[in-house]
Design a binder for this molecule. Sequence first.
Ligand code: FES
Length: 369
Amino acid sequence: VRLPLVTKDRISRQIEIEFEGRPLVALPGESVAATLAANGILDLGTSRTGTSKGIFCGMGVCHDCLVEIDGQPNQRSCMIKVDQPIKVCRQQFPGGQLPDNNINQTNHGGIPQIETPELLVVGGGIGGMSAAAVAAESGAGVILLDERTQLGGQFCKQPTPVHALPKEAVSDVQVTTGRKLIERITNAGVELITDTQVWAGFPQRDVLAVSNGHTRFFRPDRLIVATGAYERGLPLPGWTLPGVMTTGAAQTLLRTYRVIPGERILIAGNGPFNIQVALELAKAGATIVAVVESSLRPGLRSLAALYDMYRGSRQLLFDGVRYTRDLKRRRIPLLYGHNLVSVEQIDGGLQAQLASSTNGIRQSSSSFD
Ligand code: FES
């Protein structure tokens, strides 16, 4: 489901793409996966076992979202930006080979010139940008590389330009933090190279990256690799089915592209981030059928842990209290001490099986459609 644009006049052009012969409208700058999800398409191909699969991590790591684009197989739909009309097809396992002419093209250009910044930062999330800002403000010559078009990484995800609000209208702390850091590194003179993927590193800090189909070769005096945060998706039956994705992927679709990945959503896992995303999705119009939390309901036995949390990050503790209160207000069930055990495809959607456990012993099970 695509949410309305924040300001209608922002849309100067739409791009027509084709998915298996079906015409779809994309907004400039959104990912192929976002365009497909906005049009209700989550099934992107088949896996080794012949089952359907779709977007999972939403950040270029899992490769479950591979599709064919203009005849080229193995394209990560969550990372490829739509900026011109393209033809997209589902990809069946094991995927095809790159056409010969493509291989010749990517080998073209000979040995690239060696670029020698004082500091090379790989990763444009909050960690990478902070390091780049401090180094550049101290006088170092810094280049920062990131695979995405937009800097910000997972924590400070930025909306695509077509969805960006004016600076004064942004109230979200994570978006604002990212914006400020981007401004800071730009003002400090950091050279920003986006849409660039690092694919090799060698001794002496030699780094090879591919940018717009061309190889770039860096040999910096110092190298910082800011890999950023990854969610840990636990394998269980059905975890690769279309419509099953990490909360980070769901949040990227919403925050970056204003797309809700479904109308009825179950969120399962561990930690406050799940509750935060549940509230964001609910606010955007999705029905959250429940939030399933693997840890037990906080009680007297949690006092020591809560005190440690208070000492470590008071703000985080207050955020947690606010999130659970908001869930209650919206009547979204929060199931403590439950785990997701499997997901199945049923007519018109998914069915999730849950199990509640105490001290590791399964007590009961329930299911959600
Ligand atoms: S690589 Fe695209 S969803 Fe994981």
